[in-house]
Design a protein around this ligand. Structure first.
Ligand code: CDP
Length: 783
């Protein structure tokens, strides 16, 4: 019975793959409308410059070019600036100054994509270069040029955020036997999803209806933002329809509002024609929001016996020229407060300064719940450095310090209530599975022979499921989950959600939750997302929030249906509702299992034979406001070998034990972890975006920005423990980002472990062969 239903815990094949593997996905670029025209963007070659003149005449003379839009054209429409989701503002197009290389300067609308590109090449812009600030630490110095002259505050600090007990932390540091301190730079990286950003906008001048198809992870929020930004031009929220069709990877990069979106909508309103804008790969890498870019100084205080007592972290966060991340309003540094990790510190104090530089907007939460990757990396690196200092085995030191299972729910010193966890259980399982003791013996033998082998551990804790509305909002919009379920007369169901899958398999897993709760086969349940005309209002999918919030809303909405169904079942079975129980996916008369009705039978009766006093129909909506976030965790162990000739790091083995509470679909969760591990390997060893002193991007194409392929990716080994969330209706926690959060520290720790006997304590990621070889040369061991 259970297998047929395909409920929770079953590796049901992904429904959506039927179209994906046949090449029948429907992406924004697949949308083709009659009379559609194309938009392309002129971008700045300078990182900071005054615009002296823009000459559009040559572009406008090209046959097929319909319009060229500049910042000055947007001024009368009050559209030259737009609000960012972080409460800052961002230029749609500059009127006089550009602030980063590849910033949008003008837009060309043409009858064909290639003509639009020719138009872009023909727009002549005269610039007068200005001093460039690329280093956020220098940007904070009093004599640094002010990047955002539009602000009342005449320096480059965006905000200062802090949490914890400063005096108490300082005291704990003074009283501790051992203090370790490390500067850690987590470089700028780019999401690089397969599909770039894009939009098709269609404005109907007659009825004032705007329809947009776009690559957004949060369609409802976008609809509200459009109404807020362009309401004065007659675009009203009830006349705006935002459709997110299939999305080829979001990972946080498709949360912000990019100027290209505003320009595409503006161009459709201006021309009355449908307009398409699809970013090319270079634009995507060079101009869209970036992740990480955290300059961290972290200190950990401990007793001689290894008991960790206090943590002090100071961070400078490079947000580029506009603060356009999508962190919850109350937490400008996101959930960096999870930096105490899996350990019960007595005291901690954390401060973060957000800083403007002449770079594209940064700070997006790339496959991590708002800065959790940065936090996990800092604490897990620091624990290894403490282990080195104390000459302790890093596994042993962690096992000594973990928050014990009986301490949950656990209130961290920085104020987060961890819902559940068994950290030692996960680490011990990983150690057992990978054969930790034998690996340490092998390492000792190899070290005697001069071979470089390292073992690295990362025992991370995440914080996902934004969020309880009491704490979380974006631009004032509260963060909750939403689900609407309609059970049709023949026992088939349509489920609509306020989140939006970008490849995570929601059409399957949310169907499984309904299947489990209602006893309907998963094949009979259609899950729809991403259309603001049909889906209930929701804040979208990012930060592994779908399962914690929308998954919960789905279970609760289904339970509402089950409650109503009970009245109908009682009527059909001629019994009192009090005598009806839900058992084995059916309504049964208590103690008389033969007298039962299925949900499909009840659904038919809901429309054909409902009892007097009970409304016809069988549907429910739930807006779920979670009481808390969920705290998935895991322990990863990585084994590396280092080539003393080339400096190349080879990940020989990587064992990941994850715990995301109740698992809805084990196969999908495993897929999420495999993908996440690869996205964790990437910044650890390969990916990095740099800028030269003039603000020119280094690594702005895939020739230079090294994404791992199957060649570089090891064969991941995985296992799980299951510690359900006590407050989630089905006990599930999020998982989409766990592996990206946990993996980089395990890899970095393994590399440092391989070199620790040479006196190496830390290497900033990405740990490239060049960096390693330089260290090997310095230490006199290079071959
Ligand atoms: O918000 P997002 O969908 O990116 O992340 P998530 O909630 O962690 O879910 C990622 C995928 O894994 C979805 O298809 C979930 O339904 C599935 N999942 C699961 O099967 N069991 C869990 N405990 C958590 C997620």
């Amino acid at each position: 019975m259970a297998v047929e239903i395909g409920g929770i815990g079953h590796s049901v094949q992904r429904k959506e793959d039927a179209r994906f593997i046949r090449g029948r996905g429907n992406y924004v670029d697949d949308v083709k409308l009659p009379g559609m025209v194309y938009l392309d963007i002129v971008r700045s070659p300078y990182a900071h410059a005054r615009i002296v003149k823009i000459d559009t005449s040559k572009a406008l003379a090209i046959p097929g070019v319909l319009a060229v839009i500049t910042g000055k054209d947007l001024v009368p429409l009050k559209l030259e600036w737009m609000p960012t989701l972080m409460g800052d503002k961002q230029m749609v197009l500059p009127t006089d100054t550009v602030m980063y290389q590849a910033q949008e300067v003008a837009a060309v609308v043409a009858t064909e994509r290639y003509i639009a590109a020719d138009g872009v090449a023909a727009v002549e812009v005269e610039y007068e270069p200005l001093p460039v600030v690329v280093d956020p630490i220098k940007a904070l110095l009093p004599d640094a040029p002010v990047i955002r002259e539009d602000r009342a505050q005449k320096n480059n600090q965006i905000w200062h955020w802090e949490a914890g007990d400063k005096a108490g932390t300082d005291k704990a540091f003074r009283e501790s036997d051992v203090v370790v301190k490390q500067d850690i730079y987590i470089p700028r990286i780019v999401v690089a999803s397969i599909e770039t950003c894009g939009m098709v906008a269609q404005f109907d001048k007659i009825d004032g209806q705007l329809t947009v198809w776009m690559t957004t992870q949060a369609p409802h929020a976008i609809r509200t933002v459009i109404a807020l930004v362009a309401g004065h031009l007659g675009l009203a929220e009830h006349k705006i329809r935002v459709i997110s069709p299939d999305i080829g990877g979001g990972f946080g990069g498709k949360v912000p509002v990019y100027p290209g979106y505003v320009l595409t909508i503006g161009a459709s309103v201006l021309t009355g024609l449908p307009v398409k804008w699809i970013e090319d790969r270079s634009e995507n890498i060079q101009a869209d929001s970036f992740a990480r870019d955290y300059h961290i100084t972290a200190e950990l205080a401990a007793k001689k016996d290894g008991t960790m007592r206090a943590l002090r972290v100071k961070t400078v966060a490079d947000h580029g020229a506009f603060d356009a991340a999508a962190n919850p309003s109350k937490f400008p540094a996101g959930l960096f407060g999870i930096v105490t990790g899996s350990y019960p510190f007595e005291k901690a104090f954390v401060e973060v300064d957000g800083v403007y530089t002449n770079k594209p907007p940064g700070g997006i939460a790339y496959r991590c719940s708002f800065r959790v990757t940065e936090a996990a990396f800092a604490i897990e690196r620091l624990v290894d450095i403490l282990a080195l200092e104390l000459k302790r085995d890093p596994a042993d030191l962690r096992l000594q310090n973990f928050i014990p299972p009986q301490a949950f729910p656990f209130m961290s010193t920085l104020g987060w209530e961890y819902d559940s966890g068994n950290y030692a259980g996960a680490l011990k399982l990983a150690m057992d599975k990978i054969g930790y003791a034998a690996l340490r013996r092998e390492q000792a033998e190899k070290r005697k022979r001069g071979e470089l082998m390292g073992i690295g551990i990362s025992s991370f804790t995440e914080i996902v499921g934004a969020g309880p509305s009491k704490h979380f909002d974006i631009l004032g919009l509260k963060m909750f989950g939403s689900c609407e379920i309609r059970v049709h007369p023949t026992g088939k169901a349509t489920v609509r959600l306020g989140v939006k899958s970008q490849g995570q398999g929601h059409e399957t897993t949310f169907g499984q939750i309904v299947a489990e709760e209602l006893g309907l086969p998963v094949a009979d349940i259609e899950v729809e997302e991403g259309d603001t005309d049909t889906a209930p209002y929701g804040l979208g999918t990012y930060a592994s929030r779908s399962t914690p919030v929308a998954g919960a809303a789905t279970a609760v909405a289904a339970r509402k249906i089950r409650e109503k169904g009970k009245l109908i079942a009682a009527h059909l079975l001629e019994a009192s509702p009090d005598d009806i129980e839900w058992k084995d996916y059916k309504y049964q008369v208590k103690g008389v299992p033969a007298k039962s009705k299925t949900m499909a039978e009840v659904a038919f009766a809901a429309y054909t034979n409902h009892p007097q006093g009970v409304e016809a129909g069988l549907e429910a909506v739930d807006y779920y406001d979670p009481p808390n976030l969920t705290f998935p965790f895991g322990s990863y162990i990585c084994v590396v070998d280092i080539d003393k000739g080339t400096g190349e790091v080879k990940v020989r083995r990587f064992f990941a034990v994850d715990d995301c509470g109740t698992i809805i679909n084990p196969m999908i969760v495993e897929g999420q972890i495999h993908g996440g591990l690869t996205m964790g390997l990437a910044p650890a060893l390969f990916e990095e975006i740099n800028y030269d002193k003039d603000g020119n991007i280094q690594g702005g194409t895939f020739m230079d920005y090294l994404l791992p392929t199957a060649m570089e990716t090891p064969s991941w080994e995985t296992a799980k423990t299951t510690t359900p969330s006590p407050h989630h209706p089905i006990g599930a926690k999020g998982v989409g980002e766990s592996a990206t959060v946990g993996a980089p520290a395990a890899i970095a720790n393994a590399v440092v472990d391989a070199l620790a006997h040479l006196g190496v304590r830390h290497i900033d990621i990405p740990i490239t062969p060049w960096k390693v070889q330089r260290i090997l040369k310095e230490k006199g061991v290079a071959e």
